[in-house]
Design a protein around this ligand. Structure first.
Ligand SMILES: NC(=O)c1ccc[n+]([C@@H]2O[C@H](COP(=O)([O-])OP(=O)(O)OC[C@H]3O[C@@H](n4cnc5c(N)ncnc54)[C@H](OP(=O)(O)O)[C@@H]3O)[C@@H](O)[C@H]2O)c1
Length: 336
């Protein structure tokens, strides 16, 4: 458990207006409402002010005594990340939890034939991988970065580097990345680490997430900042649902429930379930956690949620090289 004292802990959650990020906020506030010695202020770091404000109101309605703030950040814009971090540094005197959760899965088109074939040959893969979404190649942000890499990885990396000093005040601060079980080294290439030319930038970005999350410990543990990677299982959220349309979204949910009944343990489906691994990593005593593993949310067929621990294909030398590359990239932006 995080150190319990009369101080109010501060938790920043990116992408907290919906899906897993919203689930993380609910779980922290729920935990705080049941443990009066654990006071928490949840900061929703979102790109859209209206959606963030709606989420804040919902949380306050559900947990009336809670402390919920909003900061605006667009992770695809490094300038926006700098501004958001400046605001955070002005507003708060500590950070205990930083959830690097926001993410995108861009869609070029939906491969219905491929999905149909997969449904016949490997329904498990259909229900656990987002293979129906064919991702575009070469999408870039206005800053000229690989779009998925910027939103899922680099924007968060910049946040961490900007907020490191505030986190070191806590004495047990945790950076918790929402990765994915779809994370795959197969799509990662150091020469094109932003995956601008390669296929499947989402899977590549999540592999980078895993290795960066682990590698950061070498640097940050001496400052009592600990970094972890997690995955939420398969959750019916906007990340895929937005691409599918209403009917297919509903069918997808039915498929997830069928998969769960048949024993697919990653079919967590709800954001509350999906956020369990994030919550566990945020609240278990640090000595009970292994920073080299990926904590995943899972469910029993009847819906009881639990977590498991997953191996990460991690190589210190490669991860350090990547970390240094991210530092050089950040340096370029800092000098602008
Ligand atoms: N759902 C799953 O089955 C699943 C599986 C594995 C991993 N994950 C991971 O879980 C995390 C959360 O996704 P989700 O499933 O909860 O989907 P979601 O409901 O779509 O949530 C994604 C969040 O990220 C925000 N976001 C996207 N781009 C952003 C940007 N440039 N700047 C700031 N915020 C941005 C979105 O904001 P808007 O609302 O403004 O778009 C939204 O709040 C992601 O990292 C995803 O890769 C999800």
């Amino acid at each position: 458990m995080l150190k319990q004292n009369m101080q109010t802990h501060v938790a920043i959650i990116t992408g907290a207006n919906s899906g897993v990020g919203f689930g993380i906020a609910q779980r922290l506030l729920d935990y705080s409402s049941k443990n009066p010695s654990f006071r928490i202020r949840v900061v929703l770091a979102c790109r859209n002010a209206t959606r963030a404000s709606v989420a804040r109101e919902e949380l306050i309605k559900e947990y009336p005594e809670s402390l919920v703030d909003v900061v605006i950040v667009d992770l695809s814009s490094i300038d926006s990340v700098f501004k958001c971090c400046k605001e955070i540094k002005e507003k708060y005197d500590r950070i205990d939890l930083l959830f690097c959760n926001a993410g995108i899965l861009s869609c070029d088109y939906l491969d219905w034939w491929g999905a149909f074939y997969l449904g016949l040959t490997s329904p498990v893969r259909l229900l656990t991988e987002s293979k129906v979404v064919v991702q575009p190649i070469g999408n870039k942000t206005r800053d000229g970065l690989g779009e998925t890499f910027a939103c899922n990885v680099f924007g968060h990396y910049v946040m961490i580097r900007q907020l490191e000093d505030l986190m070191s005040i806590s004495g047990d601060a945790r950076i918790i990345w929402t990765s994915s079980s779809a994370s795959s080294k197969d799509y990662y290439n150091f020469a094109d680490y932003q995956c601008i030319e390669g296929n499947n930038p989402y899977e590549s970005s999540k592999y980078i997430t895993d290795i960066i999350a682990i590698a950061l410990n070498t640097r940050l543990n001496q400052r009592h900042i600990y970094s972890f990677t997690t995955h939420p299982g398969v959750v019916a959220t906007n990340i895929v649902g937005d691409h599918l349309g209403w009917v297919m979204d509903k069918l997808m949910r039915v498929g997830f429930h069928l998969g769960r009944i048949c024993g697919l343990r990653e079919e967590t489906i709800t954001a509350w379930n999906g956020s369990y691994s994030n919550f566990i990593v945020a609240t278990l005593p640090i000595e009970r956690l292994d920073k080299s593993l990926k904590y995943g949310s899972c469910v029993k067929p009847w819906g009881t949620v639990y977590y498991d621990e997953n191996f990460v294909d991690y190589h210190e030398k490669d991860a350090t090289a990547l970390l240094n590359q991210l530092d050089r990239l950040l340096e370029n932006f800092s000098q602008k």
